[in-house]
Design a protein around this ligand. Structure first.
Ligand code: DC
Length: 224
């Protein structure tokens, strides 16, 4: 079997996709692109320019104009990559609660998806890439060599997030986290433009009973 050059990883929010992809990209020496970052960058720019999130035409226009770059980290503050929007470093800004609250709406707009999909295809054209998102195996790169769909129960994802927050010395409420995860799942599933579904030929990886290392080992095996 030839080694997979284009690998897609889709799946539910907080299933561990980003962590696994970052580790896998190091082992394989591939580029890693987390496409959620691009939807977050557009959302940040919308809020920063005080455009109403409900104004679909204005949001779409901005998405078509904005230059988003995802580069190697060049900062040692725990980041996996650096995200630039029109040259400005917004790596941590796209993790804000405000972006979190509006990114679903922004990513439901057809023209926003079309603009970002075109950029994602250009980035993937050179191969040796692991692209992470919700619709990469189904819409963006349906011809990819290896398609993974990662999932985990809402309970397990909430437990992981809860532990992560406590480990960072932050306060956390399990019930709140669990409810938020269920709401995000619902929004992702019901996204009218690109609902979250596995590609027909995706390999399903249920991470409930696997450690990160076990998932990475499984993906290395699958990549050939
Ligand atoms: O994976 P994440 O939490 O960073 O994603 C942020 C948002 O972007 C989330 O609401 C889903 C959306 N998204 C999308 O619609 N399509 C993608 N390929 C990646 C993310």
């Amino acid at each position: 079997m030839a080694k997979a050059s284009t690998i897609t990883i889709d799946g539910t929010a907080a299933a561990g996709k980003s962590t696994v992809a970052a580790l896998l990209s190091k082992v394989l020496g591939y580029l890693y692109l987390d496409t959620g970052v691009m939807y977050r960058a557009v959302t940040w720019a919308v809020l920063n320019q005080q455009i109403a999130v409900s104004d679909e035409a204005a949001v779409s226009e901005l998405a078509e104009k904005l230059t988003i770059e995802v580069t190697s980290p060049w900062q040692t503050d725990g980041r996996y990559y650096t995200v630039l929007a029109d040259g400005r470093d917004i790596t941590w800004k796209i993790r804000s609660q405000e972006v979190e609250a509006h990114v679903s709406r922004v990513s439901s707009y057809r023209r926003v998806r079309t603009a970002l999909t075109a950029q994602q295809r250009r980035i993937a054209a050179a191969g040796s890439i692991i692209m992470v998102g919700r619709d990469i195996g189904t819409v963006v790169l349906p011809e990819a060599d290896l398609k993974i769909f990662m999932c985990a129960s809402a309970e397990e994802r909430a437990r992981r997030r809860y532990k992560e927050l406590l480990a960072q010395g932050k306060s956390a409420n399990y019930e709140q986290i669990f409810t938020a995860i269920q709401q995000r799942d619902k929004k992702d599933r019901e996204n009218p433009v690109s609902p979250l579904v596995p590609a027909a030929d995706a390999v399903m990886v249920d991470t409930d009973k696997l450690t990160i290392e076990e998932v990475v080992a499984r993906l290395i095996e699958l990549s050939g």
